[in-house]
Design a protein around this ligand. Structure first.
Ligand code: NAP
Length: 417
């Protein structure tokens, strides 16, 4: 196990990223922990890290580079130290503030809890941020995939992902069923498992604040609060109400609500104002397909955001190209949004785009925009040239299928060019 407490830097002069006055301070040679991931993780990481290193060199020469620090999680950690998420790994990520990870295995229906969820909760990474856009040349099921260009801010540590649930045959579920019956005259079936869905004002406000600050900082036209408040009034519905409340108090001079646009502005958003609107989750799924241009930044509770992020990614060509980040105050973990795709493990086959683009988000987060932009344009050119991994070749007879490593080689060649 690498020693997390020592700056086991590969490069002399490497330093930790620090957080001062609510801002990251990024040295020219930051130490960044990485988790390779399970299944196809190693194939993808090997390819992605070469792309990211080449982009930093292309943008800054020898002045800047990343000193990668491997930390263990998942199957590799279990084999090495007998724990799926060693304390040293969490400590190293906390100490270095910014990290990147490949996918990790999670069993369904029992066994250990998701390592991703554990990491998010232990570090209070309260926003899952997923940009979703189309890359020219990627096959899509819709006619105009370029119309969809979203940033989704999904609450990451509340809602059903808190993992407060009990199996139907547990003593806890029996106690709760009895309590609900005696106290509220609510009768559940005796074989009902029980889960609890907490959504707080505090959690909603900080998530919506992050989404609004992002929209204002990046010139985005609107933030849509997505919820299922017509049915779950005091959780999902409260998310909407608290979101509007936050917007119209903390950002009063810079935002306008949809209601205000109708009542006071003749249906037109006044110049320079960010539109705050809301949408019920089921309608939002339709909008993703039918009217994607009407949305720019989404803020959602956890479960709806989970479904929406993958559905949006599918519209523009699949999760092989969908990046993500888990962000808290002063901490960020960037990650592939797809899983471990175990059936392809070790085959040098799958698309490294999700981890590469997560790396792009990480470079932007470090303020290394030139390197981030360089990767995006090299990736766009590579896909447009039609020599792509198997998933991007589906439905495109003209495409030539290349392995993960060769796909990365092409991106790197375009960076250098
Ligand atoms: P998955 O690993 O995402 O794979 C589902 C399918 O998505 C694959 O069979 C493949 O489809 C496609 N796919 C995934 N990654 C791809 C890539 N890089 N390039 C191209 N296509 C890709 O989902 P899963 O099979 O449901 O989950 C497997 C394991 O991963 C589970 O243990 C799950 O809990 C875990 N997981 C982890 C994370 C995470 O760490 N963030 C997220 C989700 C799931 P085709 O075969 O049709 O080409």
């Amino acid at each position: 196990m690498p020693d997390a407490s020592a700056p086991a830097a590969r490069y002399p002069g490497a330093e930790r990223i620090t957080y001062e006055h609510n801002r990251l301070r990024v040295p020219d040679i930051p130490i960044v922990p990485f988790i390779e991931g399970d299944g196809t993780g190693p194939d993808i990481w090997r390819a992605s890290v070469r792309v990211l290193d080449a982009a930093v060199t292309a943008a800054y020469g020898m002045r800047r580079r990343i000193s990668w620090l491997e930390v263990l999680a998942g199957e590799k950690a279990m084999a090495a130290v007998g724990s799926l998420l060693p304390e040293e790994t969490v400590t190293a990520i906390r100490d270095h503030r910014v990290a990147i990870k490949g996918p990790l295995t999670t069993p369904v229906g029992g066994g250990f809890r998701s390592l991703n969820v554990t990491l998010r909760q232990q570090m209070d990474l309260y926003a899952c941020v997923r940009p979703v856009r189309h890359f020219r040349g990627v096959p899509s099921v819709v006619h105009r995939p370029g119309d969809l260009n979203l940033i989704i801010f999904r609450e990451n540590v509340e809602d059903i992902y808190t993992g407060i649930e009990w199996s139907a045959d547990s003593a806890e579920a029996a106690d709760l069923r009895r309590f609900l019956d005696e106290r509220f005259h609510i009768r559940l079936r005796p074989d009902a498992g029980i889960g609890i869905k907490p959504i707080s004002r505090f959690g909603t406000r900080r998530l919506v604040r992050m989404a609004i600050e992002y929209a204002l900082g990046h010139g985005r036209p609107s933030v849509t609060l997505v919820h299922k408040g017509n049915i779950m009034k005091y959780t999902e519905g409260a998310f909407r109400d608290w979101g509007y409340e936050l917007a119209t108090t903390e950002f009063r001079d810079r935002v306008v609500t949809w209601d205000e646009v109708q009542r006071e502005h003749g249906g037109r958003v006044p110049d320079g104002r960010l539109l705050i609107q809301d949408s019920i989750a089921d309608i939002m799924f339709q909008h993703l397909l039918l009217r994607p241009k009407e949305h720019s930044v989404l803020a959602t509770p956890n479960l709806n955001g989970d479904y929406l992020s993958d559905a949006a990614a599918a519209v523009v060509g699949g999760i092989g190209m969908a990046p993500g980040a888990n962000i808290g105050d002063g901490y960020a973990v960037f990650e592939a949004t797809h899983g471990t795709a175990p059936k392809y493990a070790g085959q040098d086959k799958v698309n490294p785009g999700s981890v590469i683009l997560s790396g792009v988000m990480m470079l932007e987060h470090l303020g290394w925009k030139e390197a981030a932009d360089a990767v995006v344009s090299a990736l766009e050119d590579t896909i447009a040239a039609g020599r792509v991994t198997y998933d991007l070749a589906r439905g495109n007879d003209a495409a030539e299928v290349v392995p993960t490593s060769r796909f990365a080689d092409q991106v790197i060649a375009r960076l250098r060019a």
